[in-house]
Design a protein around this ligand. Structure first.
Ligand SMILES: [Zn+2]
Length: 389
């Protein structure tokens, strides 16, 4: 993964260029270039993107961070205009949470920590009560939300050996407690619909499933895509006082009309965009544009960036069988902005391993971009919004 190291060289070069221009009295021009994302260190959206890209700082709602990788994360944040991240890999009180909270505390104002469901408690008869108590302990220590991984519904078993349903009544205390503590619940249920299909030439996620045969669900004794979505809906419906963030575009990026129905039905539901821009960009741009306008207050920008200590390869929404190149890293960040900010057609999406098609942008207005990139997440986390333009 040697090629992915982020060097200081270009950064220093950029700084001296900035000073030179400022000294020449061209500060305004510089700011224009900076805000338009045109500095040599910045990703390069298309010309059509420039008016909308004026440096809206991103609050990335969906990052996976190793506690030993904070300096690496901070370099990436600076490079790609990310002001703050939510670390969804915070661990539970008995499994790594304190280390994650300490790592976040070392970078004040940069990292919000969500605790993870205390999965290991599923071995005990009163697992729901135990998980709820550990959630409260995590909150007291500083965790701001709860993350539940797809293992709930697809793999986690109760003491009797039964697959635990997403809507299992025994888990009610966890979701009730999250609501009482004002901790949003970021929940991943199921997987891309194509993971249930045979891995053959007609599977749109063929390359990804060939790189990771273990991700394929075809022929496995797991609930169907639809069954898992029904379980998730039942869970959301049962806790109107709890805020849910259904990650990966409501766990159903293939079905924006379905996700729209859910959002209309459940005001306690938010969604994030993590690792689903490739899928979203395949839909008619006008449909997606209208979706984002209608639900502009409940969509959160998420990247699904995974950062471990070097030389661990970065995780860019998915992964292939080899580490991502520097060019792939640039594309991951730049194509995301290009999707939201431009009306460009047929361009490369952020995560080529997720499918060999091109996507189209949805050209959101700046007021909506500010909400999706930052202010909606800030509101959920009790942080201040961006200043007015
Ligand atoms: Zn994730």
């Amino acid at each position: 993964m040697g090629g992915v190291r982020i060097s200081d060289g270009p950064q220093r070069k950029w700084l001296s260029l900035a000073l030179l221009i400022a000294a020449a009295g061209l500060l305004g021009l510089l700011l224009l270039g900076l805000r338009a994302g045109r500095g040599p260190e910045r990703a390069q959206p298309s010309a059509a993107a420039l008016p909308a890209t004026r440096a809206i700082p991103i609050l990335d709602m969906h990052v996976h961070l190793s506690p030993r990788a904070v300096p690496r994360l901070l370099r990436l944040m600076q490079r790609y205009g990310v002001e703050r991240v939510v670390n969804l890999s915070g661990g539970a009180p008995l499994s790594g949470l304190q280390e994650q909270l300490d790592a976040a505390a070392a970078a004040p104002g940069k990292i919000v920590v969500f605790t993870t469901l205390a999965y290991e408690q599923a071995a005990y008869a009163d697992y729901g009560r135990r998980m709820a108590e550990l959630l409260e302990l995590a909150h007291r220590r500083g965790a701001r939300g709860l993350k539940i991984a797809k293992v709930l519904g697809l793999g986690l078993r109760d003491p009797a050996g039964q697959l635990l349903r997403v809507d299992a009544p025994a888990l009610d205390p966890v979701f009730a407690r999250a609501g009482a503590l004002h901790m949003p619940v970021a929940i991943h249920t199921g997987d891309p619909e194509a993971f249930w299909l045979p891995v053959d030439a007609s599977n749109p996620r063929r390359a990804e499933l060939q790189a990771h045969p273990g991700w394929a669900l075809h022929g496995k004794s797991v609930p169907s895509f639809d069954e898992l979505l029904q379980q998730l809906e039942a869970r959301i419906a049962r806790h109107p006082g709890t805020t849910f963030i259904a990650v990966h575009f409501g766990n159903a990026a293939e079905r924006p009309r379905y996700v729209a129905e859910l959002l209309r039905k459940y005001p306690n539901l938010f969604i994030d965009t993590a690792a689903r821009i490739p899928e979203l960009g395949r839909h008619p741009p006008a449909l997606l544009h209208d979706f984002f306008i209608e639900f502009q207050d409940r969509i959160l920008y998420g990247s699904d960036l995974g950062v471990g200590p070097e030389p661990t390869p970065l995780f860019l929404g998915s992964e292939g069988s080899r580490p991502p190149t520097a060019a792939e890293r640039e594309l991951f960040f730049s194509a995301s902005r290009r999707f939201f900010e431009t009306a460009d057609r047929e361009f490369a999406h952020p995560t080529p391993i997720q499918g060999d098609w091109k996507i189209s942008g949805i050209a959101l207005p700046r007021s909506v971009l500010k909400k999706i990139y930052h202010d909606n997440a800030a509101r959920l986390l009790g942080l201040p919004p961006l200043p007015a333009d």
